[in-house]
Design a protein around this ligand. Structure first.
Ligand code: ATP
Length: 413
């Protein structure tokens, strides 16, 4: 059984949504890497009573509790007081810290403000002090009679991070970095079932599946299995996911596409209708994409499909802009117009309006034009809101490009 840990972030601004809590993720990762099972992460307002209750409970339930925030000099900084009260210990003014803070206190004209600065020198009885590096609030590490530890750190991330490292120095890093696999074209639930099957009989490894429209991430977490075994497992899970797995090293799909294109010295571009430039935006967010990405034609109106991509107006009139024929003509036109090795087109109905029984919202046609001749075409029914359909369509376009460069049949699983 791994020892348990909890993270408590203190601040009404966090609870009320005025600031985003970024400390929890950083601390939880650091604790997990040191062999702790992080069982709870909670944000509490700047209020002594609920904070005392939370700390009383968590210091009883967990081997390690880390708090951030509420250590400053203002009236609403109550973490010292609440911690002392939760542990049933006194707060003792440290002469050494007081001397350090005198310089800061001396800058205040108001005597009450100066006195409040000095409250940062109040230390929980028996605690070790972590001196501040960038701010004024010291951290504290309290060893409890139960064997548990309570660590108090300041809230600002730049103050918190170096003090976290100092506070955790006695807990050596024992876990490998999680392995992150990228999956496209499979639902979150389908991906989860594949991973679960691949992990049957394997212990000391955790996994979680994180999903956004068009992108599923599988995280494999070292819970004692060790780095070599985790790497072998990541390879096995990637194999089980088949062609749906586009990376096993955390790279996103656009990065993989750019890397593959650089490797194969392949230039590419897009003809985008319903995605409105999203595919190009994803590609250009990758540093170095200019080596292989030439451009995209955002051809939203039929006139632009005709004038810039050379799609025959008669074809658009006969089959409609969202059709196999138009998708093919758009991809071939983009390949010509952009002078690229591969062009991918996307045309679909993102909704919420504009659908019909024959062409419902979510219908997207994509085509891939290469030097080999007539463009290959894909038809997809994509689920979700307008944004979700657009995101899924953009991911599908990138995936078709990846499959083409890797000679994977477009619709093979
Ligand atoms: P200070 O000495 O600056 O008062 P403190 O320990 O009292 O430090 P807080 O007053 O609680 O910290 O927070 C100061 C600022 O730090 C917040 O306004 C916020 O911008 C940032 N901060 C606090 N907690 C977090 C958190 N969990 N994640 C990200 N930022 C945070």
């Amino acid at each position: 059984m791994r020892p348990t840990a909890a993270v408590v972030t203190v601040g009404s601004e966090l609870v009320e949504g005025l600031r985003i809590d970024t400390n929890t993720a950083v601390i939880a990762r650091a604790l997990a890497q040191r062999g702790f099972s992080v069982v709870e992460a909670v944000s509490v307002a700047d209020d002594t009573e609920p904070l005392t209750r939370t700390l009383t409970r968590l210091t009883r339930e967990c081997s390690l509790v880390v708090t951030t925030g509420g250590l400053g000099p203002t009236h609403d900084d109550v973490t010292r007081e609440a911690s002392a009260s939760a542990l049933g210990r006194a707060l003792v003014r440290s002469a050494e810290l007081e001397a350090l803070l005198q310089g800061v206190a001396g800058r205040h004209q108001d005597l009450r403000a100066a006195e409040q600065v000095l409250t940062q020198a109040d230390v929980i009885e028996g605690a070790d002090v972590i001196k501040p590096t960038t701010g004024t609030a010291p951290g504290q590490v309290v060893a409890l009679d139960s064997g548990a530890t309570l660590i108090l750190l300041p809230g600002p991330p730049t103050e918190m991070l170096p003090m976290l490292q100092a506070a955790l120095a006695k807990f050596p890093v024992s876990s490998a970095e999680p392995r992150e696999l990228g999956v496209v074209g499979l639902s979150e639930s389908d991906a989860q079932v594949v991973v679960q099957r691949a992990l049957v009989g394997v212990s000391d490894v955790g996994f979680t599946v994180l999903a956004r429209p068009g992108d599923v991430r599988v995280l494999l977490i070292d819970e004692g299995i060790g780095e070599d075994a985790l790497n072998a497992l990541a390879a096995a899970v990637a194999t089980a996911l088949g062609h749906h797995c586009y990376s096993d090293d955390g790279r996103d799909l656009a990065q993989v596409v750019v890397d593959d294109a650089v490797l194969h010295q392949t230039t590419f571009g897009f003809a985008e209708s319903c995605t409105g430039g999203t595919v190009a935006a994803r590609v250009t967010s990758v540093p170095g994409s200019s080596q292989v990405f030439v451009g995209a034609v955002v051809a939203y109106a039929n006139e632009v499909k005709a004038s810039l991509l050379d799609v025959p107006p008669g074809l658009l009139a006969q089959y409609g802009a969202v059709s196999e024929e138009s998708a093919r003509a758009m991809a071939e036109g983009a390949r010509e117009a952009l002078s690229v090795d591969i062009a991918v087109s996307v045309t679909g109905i993102a909704g919420p309006d504009g659908g019909s029984p024959e062409k419902p919202v979510g219908l997207v046609w994509l085509a891939v034009a290469t030097a080999e001749g007539s463009a290959a075409v894909e038809k997809r029914f994509l689920a979700g809101s307008r944004q979700a359909v657009r995101d899924r369509a953009a991911a599908t376009a990138l995936d078709l490009l990846r499959r083409t460069m890797r000679s994977i049949p477009l619709n093979e699983t």
